[in-house]
Design a protein around this ligand. Structure first.
Ligand code: DGL
Length: 296
């Protein structure tokens, strides 16, 4: 048993979708949520930059004596997981493998859609994981980067007409090649869509209304199960004491204080968020300057 906190980090608000699933499964745990709001989005940045940011987030959480790190960010999971795992002896939970496994298990037609940031889609991490897990079956993966979703979510435009129009545009683009390849009847359609960015589950009601017959995979659900299993294996689940906590024990830390954060978090998590701390994780001494030649 250990009452040390679980560390959860993302570039911004998106990791709240993972925190919500963790709280659902493990309400007695305490959590430190770190959102790198000063530097969001990660998904359009270079691998080198994401690796640096990811290791700074990890160092911050380690300095808070966490017992487990949840990388509540697909972009970091896809391109910088080793930067997190380096020099860390506690378990690290990533987003991609559990969601890929759930998608393979769920699809009937064998056609899976994956949406994510440019970095995640460009890395093909989901394609690789899904193909590794597909066994004897033939599974096709159709993926699309949806870079406009992250700023819309950070803005709190979760069901805004502009968000709906952009989502419709993206989904048309995602579904078109599958329809062209298969003739688009019910047996061959994309029936499972991986929300391969932790910001996207905040758009779930909107996406569900646009895709009523498609199963949406929320990576937080499956990553939370993996986190629970890891703590169980390490014998570090929190001591639950008297039945159960009134207010979830979450410390919210942001690298920049955003007026939007608390209202969106409250709406999404369903409890009041009274304190949000600003933390510094990118002290210049931690980030040696390097010259990089620009490719043209
Ligand atoms: N929510 C993160 C992800 O899952 C990062 C999005 C971003 O900052 O671009 O990829």
């Amino acid at each position: 048993m250990s009452n040390r906190p679980i560390g959860v980090f993302d570039s911004g608000i998106g990791g709240l979708s993972v925190l919500r699933e963790l709280l659902r499964l493990m309400p007695d745990e305490s959590y430190i949520y770190l959102g790198d709001s000063a530097r969001v989005p990660y998904g359009n940045k270079s691998v080198e930059t994401v690796r640096l940011f990811a290791s700074q987030c990890t160092q911050f959480l380690l300095s808070q004596d966490v017992k487990l790190v949840v990388v509540a960010c697909n972009t970091v999971s896809a391109v910088a997981l080793d930067a997190v795992q380096q020099a860390i002896s506690i378990p690290v939970i990533e987003m991609i493998e559990p969601a890929a496994a759930a998608a393979v298990e769920r699809t009937v037609t064998g056609n899976i859609g994956v949406i994510g940031t440019r970095a995640t889609v460009g890395s093909r991490a989901y394609n690789v994981a899904i193909h590794r897990l597909q066994n004897e079956r033939e599974i096709n993966v159709y993926s699309l980067a949806c870079p406009l979703f992250v700023p819309l979510v950070e803005e709190g435009w979760l069901d805004h007409p502009a968000t709906r129009a952009i989502a419709q545009e993206y989904l048309n683009e995602l579904f078109r090649p599958c329809a062209a390849a298969t003739g688009d009847d019910a047996e061959t359609r994309i029936d499972t869509l991986v929300l391969g960015c932790t910001h996207y589950p905040l758009l779930k009601p909107l996406l569900r209304s646009l895709l009523p017959n498609v199963h949406l995979i929320d990576c937080g659900t499956y990553a939370a199960q993996v986190a629970y299993a890891a703590l169980q294996q390490e014998e570090t689940l929190a001591f639950s004491g008297e039945k159960s906590t009134l207010q979830p024990k979450v410390r919210f830390c942001l690298t920049d204080i955003l007026p939007n954060f608390a209202p969106i978090a409250e709406r999404f998590l369903n409890f009041s968020v009274d304190d949000v701390e600003r933390v510094v994780i990118d002290h210049p001494l931690l980030a040696p300057e390097r010259k990089v030649r620009l490719e043209r």
